[in-house]
Design a protein around this ligand. Structure first.
Ligand code: CP
Ligand code: NVA
Length: 305
């Protein structure tokens, strides 16, 4: 039983296979074709946190491919103490072909993987956001061509999105440079696991945003305080302000660099309006691609190569 809970479970070839499946279904979609490749299949989403893109992209994806979906909050699924996690996972797994989870604790994703008996997709946990990262590299390839040797500069918090971008970049031959304030970098044990999984990984950390973007093909940022960290927002603001992606920072990058953000954005905090809405930004096509990659992931898990 394959899962898409962690990119550490995937090889470079697995990622390339998902990207190829995605490119095929996206091309068909753009030609107005909606082949019912997943006819009669059932997707269940169990979410503990809010979501626009992840929820709707997966629900749209399965609808386009001929299947159905059901969205449950964790409370609706009975994960508020009504029932043991293992029982919820076993029961939902017996009805579903895939379960997408969005959780605080990554341990809850592991519980679903252990017990559900169907494919589990991690639609974000406090630790990682693998669907986002793989989708983002699909967008980079679509925009700039071959991924190999490209440089993605991530400016901001070493959070779930940064962690997943680091391993996805390593798997696909992209140099990943992260500029984070001291104390908010990727932890040394995480960097070590990326390098163990992909010995050739190009992964650099700095606390200097201008140095990070100097050779960037992509400048990427995310919120300074993630879901669940709202109480830290005020404390983080002065620490992260020097890491804002604004016109001055974009000028330090090559003129051909593109700007990406997983969204939702806190406008004029981690990114200014002029950058997010400017000519270098590909944040909206990036969000659209979440839907195409959701199709690629479900097809790949279903063995529809
Ligand atoms: N980027 C992303 O995962 O967005 P949502 O939180 O809206 O799903
Ligand atoms: N790091 C953000 C990503 C949202 C898609 C969060 O976890 O809130």
């Amino acid at each position: 039983m394959r899962h898409f809970d962690s990119l550490f479970r995937l090889s470079a070839q697995d990622c390339l296979d998902i990207l190829r499946l995605t490119a095929n279904v996206k091309a068909q979609w753009k030609q107005g074709q909606r082949p019912r490749l997943l006819d009669g299949r059932m997707l269940t989403l169990v979410f503990e946190k809010p979501s626009l893109r992840t929820r709707v992209s997966f629900e749209a994806a399965i609808t386009h491919l001929g299947g159905s979906s059901l969205f449950l909050t964790c409370a609706e699924a009975g994960l508020n103490g009504r029932e043991a996690v293992a029982d919820v996972a076993r029961v939902l797994g017996s009805y579903s072909d895939w379960i997408v989870t969005r959780t605080f604790s990554h341990g809850l994703v592991d519980d679903f993987v252990r017990h559900a008996g169907c494919h589990v997709i991690n639609g974000l946990s406090d630790e990682t956001h693998p669907c986002q990262a793989l989708s983002d590299l699909f967008t980079v390839e679509e925009t700039l061509g071959s991924l190999s040797g490209k440089t993605l500069a991530y400016i901001g918090d070493g959070n779930n999105v940064a962690r997943s971008l680091a391993i996805a970049s390593a798997l696909l031959g992209v140099n990943f440079v992260i500029a984070a304030p001291k104390g908010y970098e990727l932890k040394p044990d995480y960097v070590a696991s990326v390098k163990k999984h992909v010995p050739a990984a190009g992964l650099t950390q700095t606390d200097d945003p201008a140095a990070a973007v100097a050779h960037a093909d992509i400048v990427y940022t995310d919120v300074w305080a993630s879901m669940g960290q709202e109480a830290e927002q005020e404390k983080r603001k002065p620490i992260f302000t020097p890491y804002q992606v604004n016109a001055a920072l974009m000028k330090r990058a090559p003129a051909t660099a593109r700007f990406m953000h997983c969204l939702p954005a806190r406008r004029n905090m981690e990114v200014t309006d002029d950058v997010l809405d400017g000519p270098q930004s590909i944040a909206i096509p990036q969000a659209e691609n979440r839907m195409h990659v959701a199709k690629g992931i479900m097809l790949w898990l279903a063995g529809k190569h």
